[in-house]
Design a protein around this ligand. Sequence first.
Ligand code: ACO
Length: 327
Amino acid sequence: MKRIGIIALGRYLPEQKITNADLEKMVETSDEWIMTRTGIRERRVAAVDEKTSDLAVKASLDALNNSSVKEEDIELIIVATVTPDGPFPSVACLVQKAIGAKKAFAFDVSAACSGFLYAMTTAKQFIATGMVKNALVIAADRFSTIVDWKDRNTCVLFGDGAGAAVLAPVAEGGILSDVLVSDGEGAPLMYVVSEMNRTPRDQNVVEGKLPFIIMHGQDLFKHAVPGMAEAVNMAAEKAGISLDEIVCVVPHQANDRIIASVAKRAGIDKERFFINIDKYGNISAASVVVALCEAVESGRIKKGDKIALTVFGAGLVAAANIVEWSY
Ligand code: ACO
């Protein structure tokens, strides 16, 4: 069985910050409420002329700059996003054109906050079968376009950003196991009301307000904790490693309290979790890859370390991977 791993990472976070103090001026909230309930201090928001594809391109160029693979040699591009520039063309095709990856075929994956791991696992299969030699896997989301900035239940939670990884066969380490779990029964717990799907049942629909997010936060919390904890446990079992061998867990960054509960339930000390939610909030699919990028850059993850990635999102969808770091 071919070893396939991440050989380079990159990220892009828009410059503009919205702090909790800024939000205090926009809705009835407080820095104290947001910090204690979520752990978020500030989040980034894309400029008006910065589309999801622009974020994706910038993260991709950063990853490629850190890699030995050239743009023109990329054979597959997958973008995980739920906030594409439009229903079509795919963000992946826009990235392909922008970076000049002429050889690559390109498509998007929709799995909300779990999107990066769904896309990475998909890309891994294409490399494993020999259909492609490498892949550029990107997660990019721009929730600022779908958040109702008057709804304090949701607007404090999300931010914009993108992360990217180059995948290829590796001599040592690599992705040791993959777990993907979906439960469509939970779809009503979080969805976007837009012109495309509005129905008379959507009581909250107000002209001029679309799109906006409906989120049942407490119910999601209750699903997210076992979802991420069990995915990590399953991924470790599939990889044939004990939890003690996991040097670092990089989780989806939705809420610091969710991460604490996942740590407890999974039986892994919270100290081993990498957390950067304070800086960016929940950047959906991009959360886990941006966090992974920062964990590697900061030296928290080193060559040979066994790490876990675990995510949860609207769908409902969860995923986890065990990776032995290759560089
Ligand atoms: N500021 C001040 N008060 C607030 C705010 C705010 N920003 N938001 C809600 N409140 C109020 C509520 O109105 C409520 O008031 P009430 O008691 O008078 O009714 C009170 O605070 C408590 O609200 P809860 O919803 O019970 O607060 P909770 O502790 O559950 O925290 C939160 C809410 C942060 C949303 C939490 O439930 C959570 O993180 N859930 C998971 C959400 C999540 O992960 N979403 C992303 C899914 S992933 C994806 O695919 C995008």
